[in-house]
Each structure stands twice: as structure tokens, then as C-alpha cells.
Design a binder for this molecule. Structure first.
Ligand SMILES: [Zn+2]
Ligand SMILES: [Zn+2]
Length: 228
């Protein structure tokens, strides 16, 4: 049986997604299909924001995040490393914690120094780090929702560009955009006061959250017609 521990690391979670969904992803979906699924469920999450429906936001963003993790697997990107390199307990833009982008009107990206001594372990620690860098009490749900949509657009664009000429520098851009998108997922969950690792450990206590098998045996139709 595959499951997500309450104190999972991002790396372990990424591995869980591979174990459960790797096979059906490879059989049913190409990279672009998977990106469409990230978009599909993020948009449902945004609908939840418009409707003020916390459960709808939660389930859809958790599913979107699992598709996003599948994309990371497909591209062999170590998400935890990329997130840490981009956000080493600092805002990736102003290089401060908490972020001072607005107060200091920072207009160019500052050099971020990575202090490995501060390296975090669990998924929850990463989520808490984002809470400190971008304090949720200063942000509205609509604001973090719009930011999530923006970063999703940039992530999709990076993939589109990379799929043009498959250049190494374009691949590096996907890693940066992936870290930014992950930070925006955390932004929404932090404003909602939802502990992602805890929710994942409930949702994924026993293999696939729908068919309860590992590898997942949900059919293509089950997946593409899934209501949430
Ligand atoms: Zn900042
Ligand atoms: Zn399944």
C-alpha cells in the first residue's frame, strides 16, 4: 500500500505520485495533456474562490497540485530542490523574509543567497516558510488566487517554449516557474489556513484517492469526467 505520511517531505510526496499515477500517466497522457489537467483543476479551484466554497478550493487545488507533481515526474525535475533554490527562506525577488517587494518598491530581482544550514525537511516546514515570507494576514483570497493564475500562465508558457526547440536554458526556466507555481499553491492554502501535508495524508491514506489502487486503475473516462 502506498500512502502519504503526515510528516511527508516534498520529495517523498513526489515519489508517492510516481508510484500511484506514473503508470496511468505514461499510458494515457503526454506532457501537454498533464499540463491541461493542472490548468483544469486550478481553474475549478478559482471557481471555488469566486463562489466562496472552501471545500471546492481545497479538493481542486490538491488535485491540481498532484497533476503538477506528475508533470515534475515526467520532466524528472526534483521539485523540493528547485523550491529550496528559489526560496531559501527568502522571497525569490527581494531576497528578504518577510518579503519587502511592496514596501521597498523593489523593481529588479535581487541575488538570493542559499544558506544550506537553513534547509528544511518536511512539506509542512516548507509551507510554514511560505507563511513567514508572505504573511497570509496581509493578503486576500482573491489576491492569492489571481497570483496563482498568473504563475500558472508563466509555467505553461515556459513549457510551450521548451517544447519548441528543447533547449537546455529553456528547461531551466521551467524549473524556476515550477518553484514559483508551487509557492502560489502554498499562498492560497496559507490564506485558507489549510495544512497541505495533513490534507494529503488524509486524501492519500491508501493509494489513489478515487480507485484505492496502486498503481491507480481509474479509467481514462473516469479521469477525464471526474467531478469536483
Ligand atoms: Zn519580495
Ligand atoms: Zn485511481
Amino acid at each position: 500500500m502506498a500512502f502519504v505520511k503526515r510528516d511527508t517531505t516534498i520529495k517523498e510526496y513526489q515519489h508517492f505520485i510516481k508510484e500511484v499515477y506514473g503508470l496511468s500517466n505514461e499510458r494515457y497522457f503526454n506532457l501537454e495533456d498533464m499540463v491541461i489537467n493542472v490548468e483544469r483543476f486550478i481553474m475549478r479551484g478559482l471557481k471555488g474562490i469566486r463562489k466562496g466554497d472552501k471545500e471546492k478550493i481545497k479538493i481542486n487545488l490538491l488535485i491540481a497540485n498532484s497533476w503538477f507533481t506528475s508533470v515534475m515526474n515526467q520532466l524528472h525535475i526534483d521539485l523540493e530542490n528547485e523550491v529550496w533554490k528559489r526560496f531559501p527562506y527568502l522571497c525569490s525577488y527581494c531576497a528578504s523574509c518577510p518579503c519587502l517587494c511592496k514596501e521597498k518598491r523593489i523593481e529588479s530581482r535581487q541575488k538570493v543567497f542559499v544558506d544550506e544550514k537553513k534547509r528544511l525537511k518536511t512539506f509542512e516546514e516548507f509551507q510554514n516558510m511560505f507563511k513567514e515570507i508572505y504573511p497570509p494576514q496581509k493578503r486576500s483570497l482573491e489576491h492569492v488566487g489571481v497570483h496563482l493564475a498568473e504563475e500558472l500562465g508563466e509555467f505553461s508558457e515556459a513549457i510551450l517554449i521548451y517544447r519548441g526547440e528543447r533547449k537546455e536554458e529553456d528547461f531551466e526556466e521551467i524549473k524556476l516557474e515550477a518553484a514559483d507555481l508551487f509557492s502560489c499553491f502554498m499562498g492560497v492554502f496559507n490564506v485558507l489556513g489549510i495544512n497541505v501535508a495533513k490534507e494529503l495524508s488524509v486524501m492519500f491514506s491508501n493509494n489513489c484517492h478515487v480507485c484505492k489502487n496502486a498503481p491507480c486503475t481509474c479509467s481514462f473516462i473516469d479521469i477525464t469526467r471526474f467531478k469536483s
